[in-house]
Design a binder for this molecule. Structure first.
Ligand code: RM4
Ligand code: MN
Ligand code: MN
Length: 382
């Protein structure tokens, strides 16, 4: 590999990934949940796991939180716990999908009292974000219907917009609202925020601080996700990502494990976008794999995708495109994608105090055995 310019190592060092508190707890499918030894008992221990991922990768300096899953009596103490471990609070995620009142929807529910309850939760999350020093609320709206005729699709949209306008009007200046979409599940006929278009139209209606969040598992098969990245970036509405990988549906597998080329192409679009990187969050659900190791591997995969994107010869690419040379540009991308960037990433990590080989270091550190001994599963609160 030719000598890597220092500015690439420096840019790699600027990568910050938010890991999700909810990705450290036990999760499963509707068929079963397999308890794991060392599973964190509460948000304090979920943060400890996030800190371990950051210690090893030097790239995961923020933790995204989900409420009420991460609710505590003393938000100041939680913020100190997070900051004492060298982390900051990432996006705050409201939960509008588990309360029994939300059976027919939350912000779109036909009953105004339920809509008020959901709106009040989002307003509370604005305050939680302020207390924790977070600059974003990240909304995934699970609302939708299962049968044609179940509810009025237009009325649902109007109800949702009215609620979100109220939340947006109350949003402190330093915060932004990220709007995530997903085409199905838990609703199977019509999801109220099903695709990037519905999310973007919602953001445009709300204002400049509302932006679209792309979750890699939330599209129909074959969707060109990197093109959506380009489009939303061009419109100034790319708010961020939920990284994961999928083979069939919203599988929440380790990012880069199924389609590393797609991940690389997404990072190529991010590199082509002027200004700082958008919010980069992992949203995964580790059902059978060890959770901390899965998170470390995910962060490493993101570093490698970004490193490869930084290696693309953009001048040569632009020249090939201007020449109308169909394959030269493609081959330039393949050149970068095929480069072994592991030594480069190791250099960027160790320069910032991380591990040369984070997965190997985690395995030899004894962290998993230690937390398994310390964390009594009888004391799990969520
Ligand atoms: C959804 C979506 C949300 C996440 C929930 C738990 O499918 O990806 O972002 O918060 O799962
Ligand atoms: Mn998501
Ligand atoms: Mn999802």
């Amino acid at each position: 590999m030719p000598a890597v310019p220092d500015h690439i190592v420096a840019r790699l060092g600027e990568l910050t990934i938010e890991t999700p508190s909810w990705g450290y707890g036990d999760s499963g499918t509707r068929f079963g949940v397999f308890p794991q030894p060392g599973r964190p008992r509460d948000v304090w221990e979920r943060v400890d796991d996030a800190a371990e991922v950051h210690r090893l990768t030097a790239t995961a300096g923020a933790v995204a939180l989900h409420f009420p899953w991460d609710a505590v009596d003393d938000l100041g103490a939680l913020r100190r716990h997070i900051e004492d471990r060298g982390l900051r609070v990432g996006a705050v995620n409201p939960n509008l999908f588990q309360d029994p009142a939300y059976k027919l929807g939350s912000l779109t529910h036909p009953d105004a009292a339920v809509r008020e309850r959901a709106t009040a939760h989002m307003l509370e999350c604005l305050e939680i974000a302020t207390a924790l020093g977070s600059t974003a609320q990240s909304l995934w709206l699970a609302d939708g219907t299962n049968y044609a005729g179940q509810d009025d699709l237009r009325a649902r949209r109007r109800r949702m917009l009215a609620c979100l306008e109220e939340v947006y009007a109350a949003m402190p200046a330093e915060q932004e609202l990220l709007v995530e979409y997903k085409f199905f599940e838990p609703a199977f006929y019509a999801t109220d925020l099903a695709d990037w278009g519905s999310a973007l139209l919602t953001c445009v209606r709300l204002g400049e601080r509302a932006k679209v969040l792309i979750d890699l598992g939330h599209h129909a098969q074959g969707t060109n996700v990197e093109q959506l990245v380009a489009l939303l970036a061009e419109e100034g509405r790319l708010g961020g990502f939920h990284f994961n990988n999928r083979k069939y549906a919203d599988d929440d597998l380790i990012v880069g494990s199924v389609n590393p080329f797609e991940l690389f192409l997404i990072f190529c679009e991010l590199v082509a976008t002027p200004g700082p990187l958008p919010r980069l969050t992992i949203d995964q659900s580790h059902n059978v794999e060890p959770k901390v190791e899965a998170m470390v591997l995910s962060v490493v995969n993101l570093q490698e995708a970004y490193a490869k994107a930084l290696l693309v010869d953009t001048d040569a690419l632009a020249a090939a495109q201007a020449d109308g040379d169909v394959l030269a540009g493609h081959e330039l991308l393949l050149d970068a994608f095929r480069t072994d960037v592991r030594p480069l990433c190791a250099r960027a990590r160790t320069a910032r105090g991380g591990a040369e080989d984070p997965v190997a270091e985690l395995r030899s550190s004894g962290y998993a055995a230690r937390v398994a001994a310390e964390r009594d599963p009888q004391e799990i609160t969520r």
